[in-house]
Design a protein around this ligand. Sequence first.
Ligand SMILES: NC(=O)c1ccc[n+]([C@@H]2O[C@H](COP(=O)([O-])OP(=O)(O)OC[C@H]3O[C@@H](n4cnc5c(N)ncnc54)[C@H](O)[C@@H]3O)[C@@H](O)[C@H]2O)c1
Length: 265
Amino acid sequence: MADRLAGKVAVITGGASGIGEATARLFASEGARVLIADRNADRGPEVAAEIGEAALYVETDVRQSEDVQGMFAAADDAWGRVDVIYNNAGVGPPEDNIRDCPEKTYDLVSDINIRGVWLGMKYGIPHLERAGGGSIIATASVAGLVGLAGMAAYCASKGAVIAMVQAAAGEWASKGIRINCICPGGIATGQGWLSQERVEQSRQDWARIHPVGRSGEAIDIANAALFLASDASALITGQKLVVDGGWTGPDGRYDELTGRDWTQV
Ligand SMILES: NC(=O)c1ccc[n+]([C@@H]2O[C@H](COP(=O)([O-])OP(=O)(O)OC[C@H]3O[C@@H](n4cnc5c(N)ncnc54)[C@H](O)[C@@H]3O)[C@@H](O)[C@H]2O)c1
């Protein structure tokens, strides 16, 4: 336990599992009080109870304006302020190619991943203004930076999050409100549809894709969120922090041209 977020109140969407859950636990261990906003009414209260009195759960669908306003009101009622907003809830269901992808999949992905983040900024910013500033973080993805065939709606949604963060950061920088996003690579979580067995399989798949040779874990992203939430990142706004084990940096095709096995330097 340290105190990098001592005295701060954080609202975390999608905090009932995966990246959001790891972040809620980490933020609380760093002295924050955390409001877990998630539509998973089974797991959310359990996570909050495990964290203890520094955590509260509020059932929230980030697509619904009233729910989003309600989660901020709940944090304000409980602790009198909001300093950090982590708009993390998102989904990445199977899509297929654009021709064969059902419209309802596109709508679901867009509504949660884009509208949810937009509402989280729209109704969260007045709270941060009252607090005299604060930090907003969103979870984008490497899918917003490179094209992943078969995931066009998801890629578009995460590209939109990056663009939204860049635009909004300029609007609010002078008010002391910093707005950034994190672009995770492959992280071993369920993403709303993978069984535990498939999570283990994806852990091995991500290890092959990431030059560092291992999958990302939820705590890797929680640590990035902690940095962006804390005063250690005071001069950073409008940015994307890529946490992807080297997936999108080094170009493997060039490595092949050099004729060397770069895992054996
Ligand atoms: N796991 C990865 O490889 C990966 C990579 C890049 C980005 N991401 C992003 O990370 C974020 C977190 O995902 P995760 O990997 O932790 O998956 P996860 O499924 O474990 O967590 C997502 C959480 O969001 C909640 N949620 C979904 N829709 C919601 C809604 N409408 N309202 C409120 N809560 C909702 C779910 O109940 C769940 O608790 C997402 O935005 C995802 O797109 C994940």
